[in-house]
Design a protein around this ligand. Structure first.
Ligand code: ZN
Length: 483
């Protein structure tokens, strides 16, 4: 028999959240990522149903990066009686405890808000949204997947593995992490095992960054492997990177500053927040902030920015050179770090010209909502949407012409300027994904697509077949694929 290994997509198959894949080999069993399903309340409740795969006998859980759609269910491992080591890069090992603690805390807050009827209000009221069969958030009991105490248990399972070094999981089964250039510490995972025919190998891409990431070093070429399990998030799109340049941002700052206004950037903590932060630092070095002060209103984003300054070896050429000569590429005198809610509310109550980076990136919860309430109805202010907005979220509605919105503080006319810049994405686009496969070091791997809407998988799959001549499959969730 040639091979007894199988790959099963347990999440993020034909969709972009809930990443989790099982690799079974004759030498051992590995789970790659254990992320949250995100979006509607119905999507969130899917997190409660974990496929039964014999979690207590898993040999290792590998985490590609610290985004919650890849790591946010790790806190459930104690309930699943899984005490396997959690393997990830040293940077991800630094971020994971903070991400999981914050996730446990958020779950507990949301349950409290549900019981007390105090869930955040964040919705479009004009034009009236189409009737929905889905109950709104706050009207459905949110899932509590794990507690802070369970996170403490899980933290002890985390083991850091350096990039580009083989790590033996069990005799005859090993992994090697390669930089994925998606967020700091992100990795693609190469797994190799011995069988009776020799060595078999699979590369799990994780989320891949753009080929030219302004902040992070480039991805290494794809090593020769038998199978590639590849993400396809932007598999149907080419993203115009030019819009992410500092010039566009500088022009926006000049406009808002001239009006004496504020610029709000809704953003998640890891990834895009650091790219926007870095662009603002570049402008500060060029003396082109137009008198604006910059506030980062998320402790996790502040920590991630610090990690960039401490790891020049992971950065692209210019920020790396700055960091190596002791000039932190993320620091500048007009930068302010907001660590707690009291200072965040104080900032929102002010009116001095400022750029504010705050979460959530979808404008559905978090400190961004009180900043929005304070500035959305004045046309001197602006809101920069630096990435994809989830359909149904307030952010999506704001981008698509909302004239009035309701927040906890009341109903507001939307008068602030709205700007959409896509080029800050930390995801590879179609050209980058094809390029990663094309510039491989050798072999003709079979490609399995995951982590993308079904339409993206189809478009990208067709291009991989026609342009590169590789065999492509889009596995059905929960059905094992022999490899
Ligand atoms: Zn990611």
């Amino acid at each position: 028999m040639r091979s007894k290994a199988t790959i099963t997509l347990l999440g993020a198959a034909g969709e972009v959240t809930g990443s989790c894949t099982l690799l079974q080999t004759p030498r051992g069993r590995i789970v790659i990522d254990f992320g949250l399903f995100q979006g509607t309340p119905a999507q969130e409740r899917r997190n409660l149903v974990v496929p039964e795969i014999g979690w207590s006998t898993i040999d290792a859980v590998i985490v590609t990066h610290a985004h919650v759609d890849h790591c946010g269910r790790l806190g459930m491992l104690p309930r699943l009686h899984c005490d396997a080591p959690i393997l990830c890069t040293p940077i991800t090992a630094d971020l994971l405890p903070k991400v999981l603690k914050s996730s446990a805390n958020l779950q507990s807050i949301r349950m409290e808000e549900f019981r007390e009827g105090t869930a955040p209000i964040a919705r479009v009221v004009d034009p009236p949204p189409p009737p929905s069969t889905e109950p709104a958030r706050g009207h459905v009991e949110p899932p509590v997947l794990y507690t802070a105490r369970e996170v403490e248990q899980v933290v002890h399972q985390i083991r850091a593995v350096a990039y580009e070094t083989w790590h033996e999981v069990r005799p005859g089964l090993r992994i090697r992490l390669h930089d994925a250039s998606h967020i700091i510490g992100s990795a693609s995972v190469e797994v190799a095992w011995d069988d009776e025919t020799g060595v078999r190998s699979v590369m799990f891409s994780g989320d891949l960054g753009p080929a030219a990431n302004p902040l992070l070093r480039s991805r290494p070429p794809l090593p020769p492997v038998d199978v590639v399990v590849m993400e396809s998030t932007n598999g149907a799109r080419d993203i115009p990177r030019v819009t992410a340049g500092t010039q566009v941002l500088s022009d926006l700052l000049a406009r808002v500053s001239a009006r004496g206004g504020r610029l709000l950037v809704p953003t998640f903590s890891l990834g895009r927040a650091q790219i926007v932060h870095y662009r603002l630092a570049e402008l500060a070095r060029m003396d082109a902030l137009h008198g604006m002060h910059v506030y980062v209103d998320t402790p996790l984003a502040i920590r991630a920015a610090e990690l960039h300054g401490r790891h020049p070896e992971l950065l692209s050429e210019i920020p790396s050179a700055l960091a190596r000569r002791g000039d932190d590429p993320m620091e500048f005198s007009a930068l302010h770090k907001v660590f707690n809610r009291r200072n965040s509310l104080k900032l929102a109550a002010g009116t001095s010209p400022a750029v504010i980076l705050a979460g959530s990136g979808f404008l559905d919860a978090g400190p961004v909502l009180h900043h929005l309430a304070s500035l959305v109805s004045e046309d001197r202010n602006a809101i920069l949407f630096a990435g994809h907005q989830l359909p149904g979220s307030l952010g999506h509605g704001m981008l698509h012409g909302a004239r009035a919105i309701e927040l906890k503080e009341g109903i507001f006319e939307v008068c602030a300027e709205r700007v959409h810049l896509e080029g800050f994405s930390g995801h590879a686009d179609r050209g980058d994904l094809l390029d990663w496969l094309c510039t491989r070091e050798g072999g003709s791997p079979r490609v399995l697509l995951n982590h993308g809407e079904q339409s993206s998988r189809e478009v990208l799959g067709a291009r991989i077949q026609s342009d590169l001549g590789l065999t492509v499959e889009s596995p059905t969730p929960l059905l094992p694929t022999k490899v």
